[in-house]
Design a protein around this ligand. Structure first.
Ligand code: ADP
Length: 430
């Protein structure tokens, strides 16, 4: 294993894994820290945590545990790097957890200097003079300023990170990136001499990420969004290749579970139905009163699956409908009711022979993977940026392999649900 990643949320883990696979590494993603290290054969291993908004002490503890486990996969002395992956919008609260986790990992790895950059130009996230831009606007002017859990009201990342850290935070500005990897390395050394422990690094295009990859390939620890994963593998001799993304051949029933209410998922469910796809809408208010909603959904799905149709079960609704439901049930109960039902449906569908499953929604994906009792996944070909097909074994599928695509709500083109299954044909990248 050349690289061990610790991701602070579930779909973020898949996102970084996807970039590594595309750059030629064979990647396994685990759900949490596995109890054993049995039979992991991969160039990179990504541990998916759920530590973005947990109390900082818990996030630190889990991340250090993940780091120890990743390091135990290699014999002592074999070179490897740890990559702490967070969101490309640097989602964090005033207390962390990016700063506290970074400092805990630095301590655990015995290193006194690392970098931080959420830059991912392909997805419109660039860092210039230490300021994060989302598309053409500063982070603090983007919709992130209204995020319910991690509102981001300051685009100056040096300031944001410094507020969470004991270490001094500095900046490697774009002028050094333009001069190349050697200049960046020299700047790192200069900052370290000045007592800086963590450097925010500017990056505005993919060339900057490649330069940064060359400058950080030997660091014990890097921290970044998923963008840096594009720049690192080449430094260790990996080249894009079909083999890295090859999964076992797909077969069995096909299903889509959509628990996201994002604008993109609303368009995707609509397009699937407009194309004549079999779809069942879930109403959270009815779910909350039904005896056994999972049984009802499976009874609807079974004859359609038997005919070879792809079935979609969705709770996706517009903001107005969601607000009305939340007013009746409470936000948390509404979310939990839907997640519980879709998770039960995922399990039931696997029992009915579904072996190709798309789940839309970050929290929804977490609930479904948990219900399927999946603890690790092999990462395969990309469907759309940030969303690859994965392969995993689930007891709910009688221990057989399943193909899964776990889509963060806002990812994917409008025809995502229609085109995704074609990517799996022949088990090869499209
Ligand atoms: P995203 O990736 O778009 O954020 P998530 O699955 O993470 O999607 O979050 C969506 C949340 O909204 C989940 O908790 C889900 O259960 C909840 N939800 C889904 N549909 C509805 C609905 N119709 N009304 C209220 N809440 C819903």
């Amino acid at each position: 294993m050349r690289l061990g990643c610790i991701a602070d949320d579930f779909t973020g883990a898949t996102d970084v894994a996807n970039n590594l696979v595309r750059a030629g590494m064979r990647v396994v993603q685990t759900i949490g820290v596995p109890r054993d290290a049995a039979s992991i054969d991969a160039d990179a291993v990504v541990v998916a945590l759920k530590s973005r908004t947990t109390p900082a002490s818990q996030a630190r503890e889990e991340s250090v545990q993940a780091c120890k486990w990743l390091r135990s996969l290699n014999p002592p002395g074999q070179p490897s790097q740890i990559y702490f992956k967070y969101c490309s919008t640097f989602d964090s609260t005033a207390q962390g957890n990016i700063g506290p986790v970074t400092e805990a990992l630095m301590e655990g790895l015995g290193t006194s200097f690392t970098i931080a950059t959420p830059a991912f130009p392909d997805n419109g996230r660039s860092v210039f003079k230490g300021h994060l831009f989302v598309g053409d606007v500063l982070l603090s002017e983007s919709s992130m300023r209204h995020h319910p859990l991690t509102p981001m009201t300051d685009a100056n990342l040096v300031r944001v990170l410094q507020a969470q850290c004991r270490q001094r935070v500095g900046l490697v500005d774009h002028g050094y990136l333009r001069l190349g990897a050697e200049a960046v390395k020299q700047r790192f050394a200069e900052l370290a001499r000045e007592g800086v422990g963590i450097a925010i690094v500017d990056a505005i295009d993919n060339q900057d990420l490649l330069t940064l990859g060359a400058a950080t390939a030997d660091m014990p620890l890097v921290t970044a969004g998923s963008g840096l994963a594009m720049g690192l593998p080449a430094q260790w001799g990996f080249e894009p290749n079909d083999q890295a993304q090859r999964l076992p051949k797909a077969s069995g029933g096909k299903a889509i579970l959509a628990g996201s209410c994002s604008a993109a998922t609303q368009r995707q469910t609509r397009q699937f139905m407009d194309a004549g796809g079999a779809a069942l809408a879930l109403d959270p208010l009815q779910l909350a009163q039904a005896d056994d909603p999972v049984r009802d959904v499976l009874a609807w799905a079974q004859p359609r699956l038997a005919k070879g149709e792809c079935v979609m079960v969705y709770s996706t609704a517009n903001a107005e409908a969601v607000k009305a439901v939340q007013a009746r049930l409470g936000t948390q109960q509404a979310g939990e009711t839907v997640e519980r039902t879709l998770a039960g449906v995922a399990q039931g569908l696997a029992g009915l022979g579904v072996r190709q499953l798309i789940v839309a929604g970050g929290e929804t994906s977490g609930a479904c993977v948990q219900a399927l009792n999946i603890d690790r996944m092999q990462i395969g070909p990309q469907i759309d940026p940030g969303v690859p097909w994965c392969h995993a074994h689930s007891p709910a599928a009688c221990g057989e392999g399943m193909h899964l695509a776990l889509k963060s709500g806002n990812f994917g083109s409008d025809d995502f649900f229609i085109k995704a299954f074609d990517v799996l044909k022949d088990g090869a990248p499209a």
